[in-house]
Design a protein around this ligand. Sequence first.
Ligand code: FES
Length: 497
Amino acid sequence: MAKLLNLHRAARLVGVTRGALQKKIQNGELDSFDGMVTLDELHRAYPHAALEDNTVLKQIEQIKDSAFSRRIMDRTLPDKEVLAARLHDLSKELVESKALLNHVQGMLSGISSLLDEWAKQPGDRASAAASLQTWLHEQRLQAPPPADASALMIRDNFLRVISAQIKALPSGSDFFVEGNDTILEAALRAGIPLAYGCSSGSCGACKARVLSGEIKQVRSHDYVMPPAQQALGYALMCSCTAVSDLVLEADVAQSPRDLPTQQLSGEVRALEQPTDEVAVIHIKTPPRDRLRFLAGQRAVLTLGGSLAEELPIASCPCEDRHLEFHVRRLHGNHFSDFVFEQLKAGDSVSIRGPSGNFVLDTASSRPILFIAFCTGFAPIKSLMEHAMALDQAETIHLLWIATQDSGLYLPGLARAWADALDNFTYTPILVGGDLDATASRQEGVVVNSVGPVLSTISTLMRADIYIAGPSLAVSAMTKHLLRLGVPEARIFADHEG
Ligand code: FES
């Protein structure tokens, strides 16, 4: 029977994004069966996918690694025991396939001899046997050459040795575990919000039930699993890696409602001022205290003991204990003044959150258009990193709008995404005036300065559109899109202040 691969695995195999594969299916260029594709179909759609043809994957990995720079950096090969177990499974499969092949070849030889005998006998039976024999001979000659799709099979086997695929139920999310990553690390890296608390083996919040497959403990833990749960196959995702492909019964946050409000402390690790108008605060939380949130959500940051402000979180949930916030210079605003004049590395802060519903529609594989006005880039950055991790959008377009160059305060990052991702386009737009000006002024800015760019985006009418920034600018953009005929359900907005 033809080998079926799910889209995640197939995309990885031919070195394209899941979004690109989905587009081929929608265009009728690739046949799929219940969300799965065969190796032959995959080879037909990507005839030039060679073993080394993994440029896109490499680019995405580079981006993820630089975005998730604070993650464990020793992700190389799995440890020897895990490798040995995976090779053992593959060898077993190979032996079974060979045995089956030998059996089938024996059967065919038997049938062939039988037909030869029948063909020597007089009557109708002989002519039927002769034509069957001819057919059998032709079929044998038509056996596929060992090249072509088998190159993909070799690559698939190699990927199975260095990584394992995990499916989490009932959400249906799937991701790969590579190197010595724990299952939790791999899930967060892939943008899957698996339940967790301390991420260091103490709280038990990352408990999940292994329905099939084999795991191995790779990190120590203090949490004592109740024997009854142990017997049912529960394990801590923050301390185990996957030896083989797994099916898990695991708690994955599907919406902001699934996440509790948390209060934790942290320390300012670095404070950057990429321009005079914006400060970027990097915060690290203690080893046993992590904020669980969805990309695009907000948290209340309290500085200097009492100055509190609710801000979008600019980092991705996959960045472990690292949280990033972008603060706009607002003279006379106590919080902003404190950040620009007094805050320094080493200061303690407290964080309460998460809040807000400005999160990705993870069920969608539509094109994505991100529109950021100035520091509206903060939640958009978090969503962008999440979208990259999920790797399922057909295309991603970022419009970053500011009144002056300094408003596009991290241009290097946006350009790096554009350089590295084939399906990503970055368009910086400078507009005159003030993004906090009156509503009618904002509408003029949107129609005159952004409108012409929007009219060049061919996917506009079927895209998911995420807009963030000063409230008046976001409202003006939303109104303009609705006027253009973009369905309201596809517009997601985050209003600053
Ligand atoms: S997250 Fe606390 S034990 Fe795993």
